[in-house]
Structures are given as structure tokens and as C-alpha cells.
Design a protein around this ligand. Structure first.
Ligand code: SF4
Length: 330
């Protein structure tokens, strides 16, 4: 990838759970997604589109999330929800996303001059099964608390929010908002859905959720006291939705903010390793082959071809560079 064709972005200034996840899963994919300038050159636009490419399984998850939010929007607007249209809504969302992605695969093929591996993953014959899975998860979430209580009107004070909403923290834009907020007594509940998660809550994920309290405290009409919030997550794992909830406190919220600043430091460090010459050879690859399988860069990234070999070659290159540097100093 030649440096004169791509534009280096300004230092990272945005934090979100998805950016954090991507950076931890594959620093190189993070750099390709966020390390280059958003605007201007057509090549940068292609780079972002390739980074946005998602496997059908991921598109199914997005479609599911989309219809759950749509269901809440109809409740808020008091409009009619036709349950029997559910499967076709999900199908249209997945097909629409697949069609939009076709042009991305065309660009990759015109650059590499060969058939993209992504075409094998984008098989339409699995569509019925994906729609069936999404419908099952949808029906199942509608029976879970607090969703069932909201739909049946037992919870009356509630609202939905967009994850894209930005909150300013010092000089950083952070995406901290929950999906649903509701009130019970004097307590405010902040909940996020994870359409694919794990049964147990890891410490770092717990802090990611605690960061929603920072958002709450900055919202007009919501309390400034951390202890008045319960932070929740509803996540699909091992065939069912698992609800996790924990009352917030100031220490946990402070820890969440420290985690965000630590992440921003790691993002800036990664970005500086790329440098104005856009040297991707210095950027670590994915932590597992499974991550490469769902990545839009797998046709052009050494990790996509053979992750183990590419990681070994990268370590050897780093060692050679370090010894060159040592020799110069001596
Ligand atoms: S193909 Fe693998 S190593 Fe390369 S950017 Fe994608 S996830 Fe990272």
C-alpha cells in the first residue's frame, strides 16, 4: 500500500466500545478502519468500506438489533407493529446489507486481479437459516425482563437512545449511551443489548458498561449521583438471553473513565507506530484466525492468508529493526 495514495488521519479522538473491541481483536484492522483520513481521497473511502465489510452472521446480528430498536420506536410513536412481518423485515435488512457490500468485493477484485475469498462467505443459500435464528432470538428477547414489562406498559418511564450519540470528555468524543433507559422508584436503569455476548461478565466489559453512568450524569434530568444508577446488559449467549445488572458507584465509574483514557493512550500509540509513512508492517495482527475469517481485509492482508506465518515474519522484522537500532546506538 503506497503512502502517497493514502492520507494519515489526525490523532484518534473518539472512543467507543466497538473501537475498543476492534483494537483488542486486531490492531491492524483497527488502524485500517480508523487510522486513515475519513475524507478526500477515494482510496481512503474504499479502505473504510472494506473495513466495514461484514460476514452474513454479523449482518444477521445487526438486522436483529435493528428490528428490536424498531419495535421500541413503534411503541414510543404509538404506531402499529405487525408481528407477521418480522421475518421479511429481517430478510430485507440482511439482503440490503449484502447488496451494498457487493461493490466492496468488486473493488477488492479489481485491485488484486483475482476472485475474492469474501465471495465464498457471502453465500445467499444460508439466508433462510439466518432469518430463522434472528426471529428466534427476537421472540426470545421479547419475553425477557425488562423488555416484556416495557411492551406490556408495566414500565411507563422509559426511552431509547442511539449508540452514535457523542459525549464530550475533556478533548475526546465518547460513545457511551445505553440502548434503553427506564426509571423504577428513584433508580435509573441503563441497559445495552449485546446480540452476541458471553454468559460471564468480564471485568473490562463491566467497566465498559459502567461508563454509561458518565453519559447519564451529563444528561439533563438524570441524577448526578452514581449510586442512583443500575447498569444492565442483556446479552445472547449459549442459546438464551442473559441479564446482568449491577448498581453503580463512584469508584467503578472512576475506573471506567481510567479505562477509557488508557484505551485512548493505546490508540494514539498504535497510530504513532503507523506514522506519516503509513508503515503497516509495525502494526500487530489479529489474535486468532477466527477474527481474520470475518475480516474484509483478508484478501490483501498477510494475516488473512496465513496468520501464524505472518505473525512470525512480523516478529522477525521487529527483532531485526531493534538490533539495527541497538547497533546504531553502540
Ligand atoms: S485479515 Fe486478520 S490480521 Fe489482517 S486486518 Fe483482518 S483481522 Fe487483522
Amino acid at each position: 500500500m503506497s503512502a502517497n495514495k493514502i492520507q494519515w488521519a489526525n490523532r484518534p479522538k473518539i472512543w467507543s466500545v466497538s473501537r475498543r473491541t476492534l483494537m483488542n481483536r486486531c490492531p491492524r484492522a483497527w488502524v485500517l478502519r480508523y487510522g486513515f483520513s475519513k475524507r478526500r481521497s477515494g482510496f481512503n473511502k474504499h479502505l473504510r468500506n472494506i473495513s466495514d465489510w461484514s460476514a452474513p452472521w454479523r449482518l444477521m446480528q445487526r438486522a436483529l438489533r435493528g428490528v428490536i430498536i424498531e419495535r421500541f420506536e413503534t411503541l414510543l410513536k404509538n404506531s402499529v407493529w405487525i408481528e407477521k412481518d418480522l421475518a421479511s423485515k429481517i430478510r430485507h435488512r440482511i439482503i440490503g446489507a449484502m447488496l451494498r457490500q457487493n461493490s466492496v468485493v468488486d473493488v477488492i477484485e479489481s485491485r488484486t486481479g483475482k476472485r475474492s475469498n469474501l465471495r465464498d462467505i457471502m453465500q445467499i443459500d444460508r439466508l433462510d437459516r439466518l432469518v430463522e435464528i434472528a426471529c428466534h432470538r427476537y421472540h426470545s428477547v421479547m419475553k425477557c425482563k425488562p423488555i416484556v414489562d416495557i411492551v406490556q406498559g408495566k414500565i411507563s418511564e422509559w426511552n431509547i437512545f442511539s449508540r452514535l450519540e457523542k459525549t464530550k470528555m475533556d478533548n475526546i468524543d465518547v460513545h457511551l449511551s445505553p440502548d434503553i433507559v427506564w426509571k423504577s422508584g428513584s433508580t435509573w436503569h441503563l441497559l445495552r443489548f449485546s446480540v452476541q455476548g458471553s454468559v460471564t461478565m468480564r471485568d473490562e466489559n463491566r467497566l465498559e458498561h459502567m461508563a454509561m453512568v458518565v453519559w447519564g450524569k451529563m444528561m439533563n434530568g438524570l441524577p448526578e449521583n452514581s449510586e442512583r444508577y443500575i447498569v444492565e446488559n442483556l446479552s445472547w449467549s449459549r442459546g438464551k438471553w442473559n441479564r446482568w445488572a449491577e448498581r453503580a458507584n463512584q469508584t467503578l465509574v472512576d475506573d471506567a473513565m481510567k479505562m477509557i483514557y488508557r484505551d485512548m493512550g493505546a490508540m494514539i500509540d498504535l497510530h504513532e507506530r503507523l506514522g506519516p509513512s503509513c508503515d503497516l508492517s509495525q502494526i500487530p495482527l489479529a489474535s486468532s484466525k477466527r477474527i481474520c475469517n470475518g475480516c474484509g481485509h483478508r484478501d490483501t492482508c498477510p494475516g488473512g492468508e496465513d496468520l501464524v506465518r505472518a505473525s512470525l515474519e512480523q516478529s522477525a522484522l521487529e527483532m531485526a529493526k531493534a538490533s539495527q537500532l541497538r547497533n546504531k546506538v553502540c
